[in-house]
Design a protein around this ligand. Sequence first.
Ligand code: CAA
Length: 381
Amino acid sequence: MVNFSLNEEQALVQKTARGFAIEHLAPGVIKRDETETFPGEQIKMMGELGFMGMMIPEEWGGSGMDTISYVLALEEIAAVDASAAVVMSVNNSLVCQLMLDCATDAQKEKFLKPLATGKLLGAYSLSEPQSGSDASNMCTTAQKDGNHYILNGTKNWVTNGISSDVVLVFCITEKGVGYKGISAFIVEKGTLGFSTGKKEDKLGIRGSDTCELYFENCRIPAENLLGEEGVGFKIALNTLGGGRIGIASQALGIARASLEKSIEYAKEREQFGKPIGTFGAIQQKLANMATEVDAARLLIWRAAKLKDKNRPYVKEASMAKLYASGVAMKNSTEAVQIYGGVGYMQEYGIERLMRDAKITQIYEGTSEIQQLVIARDLLKK
Ligand code: CAA
């Protein structure tokens, strides 16, 4: 039977995240977008609230919560500040989850604990200039040298690239064997030969930082290998399944904020002597926006529930991301339309929703890659 009700803990997480977002993220969100300012103070507070390692067991510094709690919190954060939401999503579902699944106890002690408590911030670095969707076609190498690996290459579009303390990096350890030659590594900021590029000037999520990473004879301890050599690509894809649930929740937050702000404005804005919400054209938009927000949420909750039950969820995560990111784009565009001239002006924060929405159709797998993942699953039987 389908159960849509939240338990006490989940309801509390939702309420806490909502309160935090309104009190600490809403003030300054438009300014941070304009000035491309990372919400460092707020991310620190999110760590203190247990939001940076939500699904990590308490023994490793996390909050030991389920994925439903995680998507609830992320939706609330994203509804106010999509930039803070992606910082949270990457740290939780890409960095901490990957470490929980693949790291040794020593690696967990050293890296996962501070990452899950929010004392350190993590980034996940897979893409390269020539390998975005075709992720295994990477060039960055990691060559074994005694008790070390030496990394050489360039990574790009790395979310949290500048503000992070630790980066999970995927490199080729054996050439000529395709994805079977890819391995995953933990690289600490400050390691000689590791540098970051300039902060990218982006259309949206401008409060989060994105940059290139450069590895030039960067020597890291061999004990920073995650799992075994050659299993890195599978680790990367496995982790992205959960990541896509996170980005779907970010998209849902944007879509819901677009709806809520549109309802508010439809009630107060008058044209032809009446609130615009009394006109059929606006009512139809609101009705469609609300229906699609609920549909997106149900897809996300289904994927989250399957993950919590340790059941296959890759297809469902892709469906959730594909749909929710489309809804974020549609709803935010409709919100700008409903607000009209006001919506187009930067100071009201409506056009920001539309700019923030677009990336959810691109990162952690474009919508076309989600369709490919879904179709492959449908056809494999
Ligand atoms: N979990 C574990 N293993 C998986 C898997 C999964 N979800 N999906 C596939 N695999 C396995 C396959 O079974 C295969 O192994 P076998 O040969 O043993 O069966 C192996 O991995 C290779 O799989 P494919 O042959 O399917 O690989 P492919 O090259 O055809 O591509 C792809 C697969 C789905 C297109 C993949 O490249 C992909 O997802 N691309 C998108 C990349 C992406 O999402 N990048 C995001 C960057 S990170 C980011 O954006 C973070 C951020 O900033 C917010």
